[in-house]
Design a protein around this ligand. Structure first.
Ligand code: P6P
Length: 340
Protein backbone atom coordinates (compact mmCIF):
# COMPACT_ATOMS: atom_id res chain seq x y z
CA UNK A 1 0.00 0.00 0.00
CA UNK A 2 1.39 3.42 -0.93
CA UNK A 3 2.60 5.41 2.08
CA UNK A 4 0.46 8.51 2.27
CA UNK A 5 1.87 11.96 2.98
CA UNK A 6 0.96 13.40 6.38
CA UNK A 7 -0.14 16.98 6.94
CA UNK A 8 3.26 17.74 8.46
CA UNK A 9 5.09 16.40 5.41
CA UNK A 10 2.75 18.41 3.16
CA UNK A 11 3.45 21.61 5.06
CA UNK A 12 7.22 21.05 4.95
CA UNK A 13 6.96 20.55 1.19
CA UNK A 14 4.87 23.71 0.83
CA UNK A 15 7.74 25.55 2.48
CA UNK A 16 10.17 24.17 -0.06
CA UNK A 17 8.21 23.89 -3.27
CA UNK A 18 5.45 26.38 -3.72
CA UNK A 19 6.06 29.40 -1.56
CA UNK A 20 7.81 30.11 1.70
CA UNK A 21 5.54 29.22 4.58
CA UNK A 22 6.59 31.04 7.75
CA UNK A 23 7.18 28.75 10.72
CA UNK A 24 4.42 30.46 12.72
CA UNK A 25 1.87 29.76 9.96
CA UNK A 26 2.95 26.13 9.77
CA UNK A 27 2.58 25.80 13.54
CA UNK A 28 -0.82 27.54 13.40
CA UNK A 29 -2.17 25.08 10.83
CA UNK A 30 -0.84 22.07 12.72
CA UNK A 31 -2.33 23.34 16.00
CA UNK A 32 -5.73 24.00 14.42
CA UNK A 33 -5.64 20.59 12.71
CA UNK A 34 -4.86 18.92 16.05
CA UNK A 35 -7.72 20.83 17.71
CA UNK A 36 -10.08 19.63 14.95
CA UNK A 37 -9.07 16.05 15.77
CA UNK A 38 -10.14 16.68 19.36
CA UNK A 39 -13.40 18.33 18.27
CA UNK A 40 -14.12 15.44 15.88
CA UNK A 41 -13.53 12.94 18.69
CA UNK A 42 -15.81 14.93 21.01
CA UNK A 43 -18.55 15.16 18.35
CA UNK A 44 -18.21 11.43 17.70
CA UNK A 45 -18.70 10.56 21.39
CA UNK A 46 -22.05 12.42 21.35
CA UNK A 47 -24.56 11.20 23.90
CA UNK A 48 -21.99 8.89 25.50
CA UNK A 49 -20.20 11.89 26.98
CA UNK A 50 -23.27 14.07 27.41
CA UNK A 51 -22.18 16.75 24.92
CA UNK A 52 -25.47 16.87 23.02
CA UNK A 53 -28.26 19.34 23.60
CA UNK A 54 -28.40 23.08 24.18
CA UNK A 55 -27.32 25.50 26.89
CA UNK A 56 -29.63 28.02 28.43
CA UNK A 57 -27.78 30.89 26.72
CA UNK A 58 -27.51 32.63 23.36
CA UNK A 59 -24.48 33.69 21.34
CA UNK A 60 -23.93 37.13 19.86
CA UNK A 61 -26.01 36.05 16.88
CA UNK A 62 -29.01 35.57 19.17
CA UNK A 63 -28.91 31.81 18.57
CA UNK A 64 -29.30 29.30 21.40
CA UNK A 65 -25.86 27.78 21.93
CA UNK A 66 -25.38 24.04 21.75
CA UNK A 67 -23.09 22.48 24.35
CA UNK A 68 -20.73 21.47 21.51
CA UNK A 69 -20.59 25.07 20.21
CA UNK A 70 -19.02 26.17 23.48
CA UNK A 71 -16.92 23.03 24.07
CA UNK A 72 -15.46 23.27 20.55
CA UNK A 73 -14.86 27.00 20.86
CA UNK A 74 -12.90 26.40 24.08
CA UNK A 75 -10.88 23.57 22.47
CA UNK A 76 -9.69 25.97 19.77
CA UNK A 77 -9.00 28.77 22.29
CA UNK A 78 -6.92 26.56 24.58
CA UNK A 79 -5.07 24.89 21.70
CA UNK A 80 -4.03 28.22 20.14
CA UNK A 81 -3.21 30.43 23.13
CA UNK A 82 0.23 29.06 24.06
CA UNK A 83 2.02 28.66 20.71
CA UNK A 84 3.17 32.24 20.10
CA UNK A 85 1.71 32.22 16.57
CA UNK A 86 -1.40 34.35 17.18
CA UNK A 87 -2.05 37.96 18.10
CA UNK A 88 -5.73 37.24 18.75
CA UNK A 89 -8.69 35.04 17.87
CA UNK A 90 -12.36 35.66 17.07
CA UNK A 91 -15.23 33.25 16.77
CA UNK A 92 -18.91 32.97 15.97
CA UNK A 93 -19.42 31.95 19.59
CA UNK A 94 -17.68 34.93 21.20
CA UNK A 95 -19.09 38.48 21.33
CA UNK A 96 -15.72 40.03 20.57
CA UNK A 97 -12.09 39.11 19.95
CA UNK A 98 -10.06 36.99 22.36
CA UNK A 99 -6.58 38.51 22.85
CA UNK A 100 -3.57 36.35 23.65
CA UNK A 101 -3.02 36.75 27.44
CA UNK A 102 -0.11 39.07 28.27
CA UNK A 103 1.71 36.22 30.07
CA UNK A 104 2.01 34.38 26.73
CA UNK A 105 4.01 35.30 23.59
CA UNK A 106 2.04 36.94 20.76
CA UNK A 107 2.45 36.06 17.09
CA UNK A 108 1.85 37.47 13.63
CA UNK A 109 -1.54 35.95 12.81
CA UNK A 110 -5.24 36.36 13.51
CA UNK A 111 -7.46 33.27 13.62
CA UNK A 112 -11.21 33.56 12.97
CA UNK A 113 -13.41 30.50 13.20
CA UNK A 114 -16.81 28.90 13.45
CA UNK A 115 -16.14 26.05 15.89
CA UNK A 116 -19.20 24.03 14.95
CA UNK A 117 -20.89 24.88 11.66
CA UNK A 118 -24.29 23.25 11.29
CA UNK A 119 -25.14 23.17 15.01
CA UNK A 120 -28.76 22.27 14.30
CA UNK A 121 -27.47 18.93 12.97
CA UNK A 122 -25.66 17.96 16.18
CA UNK A 123 -28.54 16.34 18.06
CA UNK A 124 -29.77 14.46 14.97
CA UNK A 125 -26.35 13.00 14.07
CA UNK A 126 -26.10 15.13 10.90
CA UNK A 127 -23.02 16.57 9.24
CA UNK A 128 -21.19 19.30 11.18
CA UNK A 129 -17.82 20.93 10.70
CA UNK A 130 -15.31 23.53 11.88
CA UNK A 131 -14.42 26.46 9.59
CA UNK A 132 -11.28 28.59 10.04
CA UNK A 133 -9.71 31.63 8.41
CA UNK A 134 -6.18 32.98 8.90
CA UNK A 135 -5.19 36.64 8.45
CA UNK A 136 -1.95 38.48 9.12
CA UNK A 137 -2.11 40.80 12.09
CA UNK A 138 -1.57 44.37 10.79
CA UNK A 139 1.89 45.89 11.38
CA UNK A 140 2.27 47.41 14.84
CA UNK A 141 -0.06 45.08 16.68
CA UNK A 142 2.94 43.54 18.45
CA UNK A 143 3.25 46.72 20.44
CA UNK A 144 -0.40 47.32 21.29
CA UNK A 145 -3.68 45.58 22.07
CA UNK A 146 -5.36 44.01 19.05
CA UNK A 147 -8.71 45.59 18.17
CA UNK A 148 -11.69 44.33 16.20
CA UNK A 149 -10.65 46.74 13.42
CA UNK A 150 -7.49 44.64 12.94
CA UNK A 151 -9.70 41.73 11.89
CA UNK A 152 -11.73 43.75 9.38
CA UNK A 153 -9.67 42.84 6.32
CA UNK A 154 -11.17 41.74 2.98
CA UNK A 155 -11.11 37.99 2.39
CA UNK A 156 -8.50 38.34 -0.35
CA UNK A 157 -6.00 39.05 2.45
CA UNK A 158 -6.38 35.56 3.95
CA UNK A 159 -3.15 33.54 4.04
CA UNK A 160 -4.86 30.23 4.80
CA UNK A 161 -8.37 28.85 5.22
CA UNK A 162 -10.02 25.51 5.66
CA UNK A 163 -12.57 23.35 7.37
CA UNK A 164 -12.83 20.01 9.09
CA UNK A 165 -15.91 17.97 8.23
CA UNK A 166 -17.12 15.44 10.81
CA UNK A 167 -19.00 12.88 8.71
CA UNK A 168 -18.57 9.21 7.81
CA UNK A 169 -14.94 10.24 7.38
CA UNK A 170 -13.27 13.05 9.27
CA UNK A 171 -11.59 15.21 6.62
CA UNK A 172 -9.55 18.41 6.83
CA UNK A 173 -9.74 20.60 3.69
CA UNK A 174 -7.06 23.28 3.45
CA UNK A 175 -5.71 26.00 1.20
CA UNK A 176 -2.63 28.16 1.73
CA UNK A 177 -3.10 29.84 -1.66
CA UNK A 178 -1.60 27.03 -3.77
CA UNK A 179 -4.74 24.98 -4.45
CA UNK A 180 -7.10 22.95 -2.25
CA UNK A 181 -5.97 19.79 -0.48
CA UNK A 182 -7.90 17.22 1.60
CA UNK A 183 -6.48 15.20 4.47
CA UNK A 184 -8.38 12.27 5.95
CA UNK A 185 -7.99 11.39 9.62
CA UNK A 186 -6.29 8.01 10.02
CA UNK A 187 -7.66 7.12 13.44
CA UNK A 188 -5.23 4.19 13.87
CA UNK A 189 -2.25 6.49 13.41
CA UNK A 190 -3.94 9.62 14.75
CA UNK A 191 -2.59 11.46 11.68
CA UNK A 192 -4.12 13.62 8.94
CA UNK A 193 -3.07 11.96 5.68
CA UNK A 194 -3.26 13.54 2.23
CA UNK A 195 -6.08 11.93 0.24
CA UNK A 196 -6.93 14.59 -2.40
CA UNK A 197 -4.65 17.06 -4.16
CA UNK A 198 -5.71 20.18 -6.04
CA UNK A 199 -9.48 19.68 -5.69
CA UNK A 200 -11.20 21.26 -8.72
CA UNK A 201 -14.81 22.38 -9.17
CA UNK A 202 -16.25 21.67 -12.67
CA UNK A 203 -17.61 24.81 -14.36
CA UNK A 204 -20.87 23.00 -15.23
CA UNK A 205 -23.16 21.31 -12.75
CA UNK A 206 -26.64 19.80 -12.47
CA UNK A 207 -26.92 20.18 -8.70
CA UNK A 208 -27.91 23.09 -6.48
CA UNK A 209 -28.10 23.60 -2.72
CA UNK A 210 -30.55 26.10 -1.21
CA UNK A 211 -33.17 26.13 1.55
CA UNK A 212 -36.34 26.34 -0.57
CA UNK A 213 -38.45 27.24 2.51
CA UNK A 214 -37.13 30.81 2.11
CA UNK A 215 -38.08 31.05 -1.60
CA UNK A 216 -40.83 33.62 -1.10
CA UNK A 217 -38.36 35.96 0.57
CA UNK A 218 -35.83 36.14 -2.27
CA UNK A 219 -35.65 38.90 -4.86
CA UNK A 220 -37.23 38.23 -8.27
CA UNK A 221 -34.07 37.33 -10.26
CA UNK A 222 -33.07 34.77 -7.59
CA UNK A 223 -36.57 33.27 -7.59
CA UNK A 224 -36.48 33.18 -11.40
CA UNK A 225 -33.02 31.55 -11.42
CA UNK A 226 -34.06 28.79 -9.01
CA UNK A 227 -37.37 28.44 -10.89
CA UNK A 228 -35.41 27.66 -14.05
CA UNK A 229 -33.48 24.92 -12.25
CA UNK A 230 -36.72 23.46 -10.86
CA UNK A 231 -38.32 23.52 -14.37
CA UNK A 232 -35.60 21.19 -15.64
CA UNK A 233 -36.08 19.85 -19.17
CA UNK A 234 -39.47 21.62 -19.37
CA UNK A 235 -37.84 25.00 -18.83
CA UNK A 236 -35.20 27.29 -20.40
CA UNK A 237 -32.28 25.25 -19.05
CA UNK A 238 -33.35 22.20 -21.05
CA UNK A 239 -32.00 19.74 -18.50
CA UNK A 240 -33.00 18.39 -15.12
CA UNK A 241 -31.27 19.52 -11.93
CA UNK A 242 -31.00 17.84 -8.53
CA UNK A 243 -31.25 19.54 -5.14
CA UNK A 244 -29.36 18.86 -1.93
CA UNK A 245 -29.51 20.82 1.36
CA UNK A 246 -27.52 19.48 4.34
CA UNK A 247 -28.21 22.22 6.87
CA UNK A 248 -24.45 22.56 7.22
CA UNK A 249 -22.51 24.79 4.85
CA UNK A 250 -19.43 22.59 5.31
CA UNK A 251 -21.40 19.54 4.16
CA UNK A 252 -22.77 21.22 1.03
CA UNK A 253 -19.42 22.87 0.21
CA UNK A 254 -17.56 19.57 0.61
CA UNK A 255 -19.90 18.02 -1.95
CA UNK A 256 -19.30 20.97 -4.30
CA UNK A 257 -15.52 20.72 -3.93
CA UNK A 258 -15.78 16.98 -4.58
CA UNK A 259 -18.16 16.90 -7.60
CA UNK A 260 -19.34 20.44 -8.37
CA UNK A 261 -22.59 22.25 -7.65
CA UNK A 262 -23.87 25.67 -6.65
CA UNK A 263 -24.72 26.77 -3.08
CA UNK A 264 -26.97 29.70 -2.26
CA UNK A 265 -27.92 31.49 0.92
CA UNK A 266 -29.37 34.56 -0.79
CA UNK A 267 -30.22 38.05 0.39
CA UNK A 268 -33.67 38.11 1.93
CA UNK A 269 -36.32 40.79 1.35
CA UNK A 270 -37.37 40.72 5.04
CA UNK A 271 -36.21 43.68 7.16
CA UNK A 272 -32.93 42.90 8.91
CA UNK A 273 -32.21 39.93 6.66
CA UNK A 274 -30.91 41.89 3.64
CA UNK A 275 -27.56 40.15 4.07
CA UNK A 276 -28.93 36.66 4.46
CA UNK A 277 -27.89 34.43 7.34
CA UNK A 278 -24.26 33.42 6.88
CA UNK A 279 -21.36 35.41 8.37
CA UNK A 280 -18.62 36.95 6.30
CA UNK A 281 -15.52 36.60 8.45
CA UNK A 282 -15.73 32.93 9.46
CA UNK A 283 -18.06 31.38 6.89
CA UNK A 284 -18.16 33.46 3.69
CA UNK A 285 -14.49 34.41 3.45
CA UNK A 286 -12.78 31.10 4.26
CA UNK A 287 -15.19 29.11 2.09
CA UNK A 288 -14.91 31.64 -0.76
CA UNK A 289 -11.10 31.35 -0.61
CA UNK A 290 -11.36 27.54 -0.93
CA UNK A 291 -13.93 27.75 -3.72
CA UNK A 292 -11.84 30.18 -5.79
CA UNK A 293 -8.68 28.15 -5.19
CA UNK A 294 -10.59 25.16 -6.62
CA UNK A 295 -11.58 27.12 -9.76
CA UNK A 296 -15.09 28.06 -8.65
CA UNK A 297 -16.64 31.46 -7.97
CA UNK A 298 -18.10 33.08 -4.83
CA UNK A 299 -20.10 36.29 -4.84
CA UNK A 300 -22.69 38.06 -2.72
CA UNK A 301 -25.09 39.12 -5.45
CA UNK A 302 -23.21 42.27 -6.37
CA UNK A 303 -19.47 41.59 -5.92
CA UNK A 304 -16.82 38.94 -5.25
CA UNK A 305 -17.05 37.90 -1.60
CA UNK A 306 -13.28 38.14 -1.15
CA UNK A 307 -13.41 41.84 -2.14
CA UNK A 308 -15.94 42.87 0.49
CA UNK A 309 -14.53 45.39 2.96
CA UNK A 310 -15.83 44.16 6.35
CA UNK A 311 -17.50 46.68 8.64
CA UNK A 312 -18.29 44.45 11.61
CA UNK A 313 -16.83 41.23 13.01
CA UNK A 314 -20.12 39.32 12.86
CA UNK A 315 -21.61 40.87 9.75
CA UNK A 316 -23.66 38.63 7.49
CA UNK A 317 -23.27 38.16 3.75
CA UNK A 318 -25.50 36.77 1.00
CA UNK A 319 -23.72 33.83 -0.61
CA UNK A 320 -23.82 32.31 -4.10
CA UNK A 321 -20.85 30.03 -4.74
CA UNK A 322 -19.61 26.98 -6.62
CA UNK A 323 -19.54 25.99 -10.31
CA UNK A 324 -18.69 29.11 -12.31
CA UNK A 325 -21.32 28.69 -15.06
CA UNK A 326 -24.13 28.82 -12.49
CA UNK A 327 -22.64 31.64 -10.42
CA UNK A 328 -22.14 33.67 -13.62
CA UNK A 329 -25.71 33.00 -14.78
CA UNK A 330 -27.26 34.28 -11.56
CA UNK A 331 -24.81 37.19 -11.55
CA UNK A 332 -26.08 38.23 -15.01
CA UNK A 333 -29.72 37.89 -13.96
CA UNK A 334 -29.10 40.08 -10.92
CA UNK A 335 -27.21 42.66 -12.99
CA UNK A 336 -30.09 42.75 -15.52
CA UNK A 337 -32.34 43.57 -12.58
CA UNK A 338 -30.06 46.44 -11.65
CA UNK A 339 -29.86 47.56 -15.30
CA UNK A 340 -33.64 47.21 -15.85
P1 P6P B 1 -31.06 27.00 7.51
C1 P6P B 1 -25.83 26.35 9.90
O1 P6P B 1 -26.62 26.93 10.94
C2 P6P B 1 -25.64 27.42 8.83
O2 P6P B 1 -24.96 28.51 9.39
C3 P6P B 1 -24.91 26.84 7.64
O3 P6P B 1 -23.93 25.92 7.98
C4 P6P B 1 -26.03 26.22 6.82
O4 P6P B 1 -25.73 26.16 5.43
C5 P6P B 1 -27.19 27.17 7.09
O5 P6P B 1 -26.91 27.83 8.33
C6 P6P B 1 -28.50 26.44 7.24
O6 P6P B 1 -29.51 27.45 7.39
O7 P6P B 1 -31.79 28.31 7.42
O8 P6P B 1 -31.35 26.08 6.35
O9 P6P B 1 -31.18 26.29 8.84
Amino acid sequence: MTKRKTLTQFLVEQQRLEKAMPAQLRLLIEVVARACKVIGHTVNKGAISGVLGSLDQENVQGEVQKKLDVISNDILLEANEWGGHLAAMASEEMDTLHPIPNRLPKGEYLLVYDPIDGSSNIDVNGIVGTIFSVLKAPPGTEGRDVTEADFLQPGREQVAAGYAIYGPQTVLVLTVGTGVYAFSLDREMGSWVLTSEKLTIPARTDEFAVNMANERHWNEPTRRYIGELMAGTDGPRGRDFNMRWMGSMVGDVHRILTKGGVFLYPADTRPGKENGKLRLMYEGNPIAFLIEQAGGKAFNGTCRILDIEPQELHQRVPIILGSSEEVDRLDEMLKDRVAA
